[in-house]
Design a protein around this ligand. Structure first.
Ligand code: BDR
Ligand code: CA
Length: 311
């Protein structure tokens, strides 16, 4: 039976590729996509979520709008990376699909209460606002979540929006704190993993050679998305973050890491949103997340390209 997932997301070109990968994979049953404010404001992330579901040829996908701002802080966005629309690059048609009326947080709660306990995984590709709101509103869902697999944080690699913080955690550190304190099993894809998954020229050519509409859209998204990080890091290609969350569900053997304690910094001005990872077990704090550190990046891109070829 396909694994049931909810994708919580702020598309974002890398979010878009993650959504495409999930919708292309028969092992996964995407119960819904919930947009959150992050890379760009909510009206754009919800609109982009609809565009991507249509691009995948899956207009029956349920798409919801979630939170429009972090729990307590003003929203920080990343147009310099993702462009004004959040999905700059391809020329995608206006979506015909409509958003579902229910609030995304209520959809998450209702789904977890309705489905059998331990059978729904939350795949989180943006700030953790919606998940924290759901856990705060209905704490009884915590024990019913199979797993939270998320992109966020960084340790040996440091941060990408400040020297110590990764964007998703920086935007809503209080929400990340709620999630890491929830007791829900967490698998974490930090920058240490995603910075090894580079969109090299050869890998972009592989999408181009698919010769289909979705492959061409991926090329346009990636060519736009990578320019910022290529300049910043001086690499061939930029890090492809969010699809690692979905690839882990399909092929966990591509990843290796360690069960650790992770705490989120919410008080410090300098280190706000930092993921403090006790990799060496120097504290007695409880282990609350599997922190991935390595990825078979060739295997990851092969999987991604093969699946997108089927759309
Ligand atoms: C994360 O921040 C966003 O810009 C990306 O979509 C990804 O989820 C990387 O730090
Ligand atoms: Ca994202």
């Amino acid at each position: 039976m396909a694994r049931k997932i909810i994708i919580d997301t702020d598309p974002g070109q890398d979010d878009a590729l993650a959504i495409l990968l999930a919708l292309a994979s028969p092992e996964l049953d995407v119960l819904g996509i919930v947009a959150v404010a992050g890379n760009v404001p909510l009206p754009l992330t919800q609109h982009n979520s609809l565009k991507i579901a249509e691009l995948a040829g899956k207009p029956q996908t349920k798409v919801f709008a979630g939170a429009s701002k972090p729990l307590v802080r003003p929203l920080v966005t990343a147009e310099e990376v993702h462009g004004r629309t959040g999905l700059d690059g391809p020329d995608l048609p206006e979506p015909v699909m409509k958003l579902h009326k229910q609030h995304g947080v209520d959809f998450i709660i209702e789904t977890l209460l309705h489905e059998a306990a331990g059978t729904v995984t939350l795949c989180v590709l943006g700030p953790l606002t919606n998940i924290a709101l759901a856990l705060n509103k209905a704490p009884e869902i915590a024990s019913r979540i199979q797993e939270i697999v998320l992109m966020g944080g960084g340790f040996f690699e440091g941060g990408n929006i400040t020297p110590t913080a990764e964007f998703n955690f920086y935007v809503d550190p209080e929400a990340a704190k709620v999630v890491y304190a929830s007791g829900v099993p967490i698998v974490m894809m930090p920058l240490d993993v995603t910075h090894k998954a580079l969109t090299t020229a050869k890998r972009i050519e592989a999408f181009r050679s698919l010769g289909n509409k979705v492959g061409d859209a991926c090329v346009a998204m990636l060519e736009f998305f990578e320019r910022f990080d290529e300049e910043k890091y001086g690499t061939d290609g930029g890090p492809l973050h969010d699809p690692n969350v979905i690839a882990y569900l399909l092929k966990p053997e591509l990843y290796s890491g360690r069960h650790c304690n992770v705490e989120i910094e919410t008080a410090s001005e300098l280190c706000l949103g930092m993921s403090v990872i006790d990799w060496w077990g120097v504290t007695k704090r409880p282990k609350n997340a599997i922190v991935m550190r390595d990825v078979d990046h060739e295997g990851f891109f092969t999987l991604l390209t093969e699946r997108i070829a089927t759309l």
